[in-house]
Design a protein around this ligand. Structure first.
Ligand code: HPA
Length: 273
């Protein structure tokens, strides 16, 4: 057995002693979106630092605990705080929780993130359903030895984000009069926000938003056969005339403002999974 598989099994058997293994849906919360956990009927939580082989998140705005509870009548596993490549974690570490979720029986993951927009029709606070991504600027987490127990060497990526879940989310948004965009997320490593020339490049290659997470998690989830739904909150505008700088504080603030809309959509979507 590969070392990764061995570690995953140790992590999973630890979590199975703490939580029942009946959650079919996993949720990973992005920057400034941690208050969503208030929607969950929390039954138990474990700090990442107590979980064998789990990385520990270091960024402001990321909580750092694995939560088991109920949302819309469904059992869910929620990661409050995720791991980013820019923190110094390897892509294997960034995607570790996705694989743990899979081995715990999770078949669908919902991901959220804060992102900068390069689409001139978007504004700060908008929600965007990710319908595709470009990962050319971030390292593929499947590089290296393929763990056959998890998935195939060459996974198909024609539907990285479930069309069925996107259709459900659009209906939910309509029913609640919430405006949602749909577009392409470009994954970068960060931690610098982009230069103006880089934002222009991202727009030119077909991106609508850009962010520092999600893509590696998505790839690992697709690899092991999970369905993914992902949503960005637009927290800053990359393509802009003015000379304002982009700060992490502004990103967290904008994410917080949009959180109630995102929470409602995620909550209702979980109810329909
Ligand atoms: N670029 C990259 N990542 C981000 C941005 C951005 O403009 N905003 C929030 N996360």
């Amino acid at each position: 057995m590969s070392l990764l598989m061995q570690q995953l099994k140790e992590t999973v058997s630890f979590i199975q002693k703490e939580f029942p293994s009946d959650a079919a849906v996993g949720i990973i919360l992005g920057s400034g979106l941690g208050n969503f956990i208030e929607e969950i009927g929390i039954e138990k939580e474990i700090p990442y630092s107590a979980i064998p082989h789990f990385p520990v998140s270091t960024v402001k705005g990321h909580g750092g605990k694995l939560i088991y509870g109920t949302l819309s009548g469904k059992k869910v596993l929620v990661m409050s705080g995720r791991f980013h490549f820019y923190e110094g974690y390897t892509p294997i570490q960034v995607t570790y929780p996705i694989r743990v979720m899979k081995l715990l029986g999770v078949h669908t993951v919902l991901l959220s993130n804060a992102a900068g927009s390069v689409n001139p029709t978007y504004k700060v606070g908008d929600l965007m359903i990710i319908n595709d991504h470009i990962s050319f600027f971030s390292l593929n987490p499947l590089l290296g030895h393929n763990v056959e127990e998890l998935g195939p060497r060459f996974p198909d990526m024609t539907e990285p984000y479930s069309k069925a879940l996107i259709a459900k989310a659009i209906n939910i948004a309509k029913a609640h009069n919430i405006e949602v965009k749909q577009g392409v997320y470009v994954g970068v490593t960060g931690p610098t926000f982009e230069t103006k020339a880089e934002y222009r490049l991202i727009k030119a290659v077909g991106g609508d938003v850009v962010g520092m997470s999600t893509v590696q998690e998505n790839i690992a989830a697709v690899h092991c056969g999970m369905q993914v739904f992902a949503m960005s909150v637009v927290t800053d505008i990359g393509i802009r005339e003015d000379e304002n700088v982009i700060t992490h504080e502004e990103v967290l603030e904008a994410a917080k403002g949009a959180e109630p809309k995102l929470s409602l959509l995620f909550k209702e979507l979980v109810g329909e999974i």
